[in-house]
Design a binder for this molecule. Structure first.
Ligand code: EPS
Length: 389
């Protein structure tokens, strides 16, 4: 149990998506335009299907605030579905390879894959983005920014220094990109790849990166398996439908390099507020399951969407006969949207870890705890400071 807890409910074509977010401190003025911007960004991306032309996702707060300011009680919210047609949709007769259809029918004893796919659909991630859009405002009040962007699609890789070259202009570059990438040249090649996949009646996966900057050291804990932030962040990214791989920092390269080429040297910073600096960030901002104060750097790989026009081999649920999966409306790719969901999941876990450390029922109490911690951090490594706290 963390200080911040959240749940979602709702089917893809049901009347609404619902969320409950508990543990947001009192005294936070919520900016719903900001939440709606995240929801709108989740609807973007070249290669999306017809559904995104139907929906205009926006959040409606049902509880937990007064006069636009949080009051410390659970925040309930909804994101309504315009395409609320669940009772009118046909019953698919066969399960799609790669989707939850078959395993879900086996699990619940359903004969109707729709009973599974309605909840397994990535539509649910709209509610997560709304929850994170609220929770991240706690982080932003303390100078923590979480930023997700696409790094590759269908085998086309964005330039590896896209983050560095974008610099402070990153949000504008991402917003101008049809792929939510930071590499306009790669966008053209990705557009061609999506067009080719569409013509071939196929779908495409890809990768995205999420970075968090301004994160204080010491979030998470090495004291228990459950509190290790690496596991919590990794689990959060793996909880997104279609995610098949997650890396931190230099990722799988840690397995091939010697230790001296993996670990990040600690050097004197010469600065008053923190005596320690790093000459690299190959760890991606995490050591011992705790933040180091360096930027968090995470990457995730998304598989191609399983609803494909070409029709994969499958078996009819009623006759047991071999057949091909029936096609239902889908995206050619939704990796750009997935980068928004990845950003949301990282923001939620960071907000959890931040509030676990700094607690507080109100924003003022969180601020006081953070101020005290910052003064402790300033003393560590300074000559003449106490040797034990
Ligand atoms: C999605 C809504 C869905 C799909 C997609 C994501 O809408 P519909 O099923 O009505 O077309 O576009 O879902 C999937 C990729 C999937 O495999 O279920 C959304 O809001 O993100």
């Amino acid at each position: 149990m963390t200080r911040l807890n959240w749940r979602t409910a709702g089917e893809s074509h049901g009347p609404t998506l619902i969320g409950i977010l508990e543990g947001v401190p009192a005294g936070l003025t919520l900016d719903l335009d900001r939440v709606n911007e995240d929801l709108a960004r989740r609807q973007l991306g070249y290669g999306r299907g017809g559904r995104m032309r139907i929906e205009t996702d926006s959040v409606h707060i049902l509880s937990g605030w007064k006069g636009g300011v949080t009051i410390g009680s659970p925040i309930a919210f909804e994101v309504k579905n315009k395409d609320s047609v669940i009772e009118k949709l046909p019953t698919p007769t066969n399960p799609r390879p790669g989707h939850a259809d078959l395993a879900g029918c086996q699990k619940w004893g359903h004969r109707d894959p729709r009973a599974v796919l309605e909840r397994a659909s990535a539509r649910e991630t709209a509610a997560r983005v709304a929850a994170a859009g609220i929770a991240r405002q706690v982080l932003e009040a303390f100078g923590i920014e979480v930023f997700g962007y696409l790094t590759g699609l269908g085998g086309v890789e964005c330039r590896p220094d896209a983050w560095e070259s974008a610099g402070e202009g990153r949000a504008a570059i991402r917003q101008a990109s049809d792929f939510l990438s930071l590499d306009p040249e790669a966008d053209e090649a990705m557009r061609a790849a999506v067009d080719r996949a569409k013509a071939a009646k196929d779908s495409l996966g890809g990768t995205f990166e999420v970075r968090a900057i301004g994160v204080p050291p010491g979030l998470g804990s090495c004291a228990s398996a459950q509190e290790r932030l690496t596991g919590r962040l990794g689990g959060a990214l793996f909880s997104i439908p279609a995610i098949k791989g997650v890396e931190f920092g230099i990722g799988f390269d840690v397995a091939t390099r010697p230790g001296s080429q993996v670990h990040d040297p600690i050097v004197p910073s010469g600065e008053a507020d923190n005596a320690f600096a790093r000459t690299s960030n190959r760890a991606g901002g995490l050591e011992g399951g705790m933040t180091t104060g360096e930027p968090l750097v995470m990457r995730a790989a998304m598989k191609p969407i399983p609803s494909i026009r070409i029709g994969m081999p499958t078996v009819d649920l009623h006759s047991g006969e071999a057949t091909v999966a029936t096609y239902q409306r889908s995206d050619v790719t939704s990796v750009p949207a997935c980068s928004v969901v990845g950003e949301a999941m990282v923001a939620l876990v960071l907000a959890e870890a931040f509030l676990d450390k700094f607690g507080g029922d109100s924003m003022a109490q969180v601020e006081a705890a953070l101020r005290h911690y910052s003064s402790e951090l300033r003393e560590l490594g300074q000559p003449g400071a106490p040797t034990e706290s």
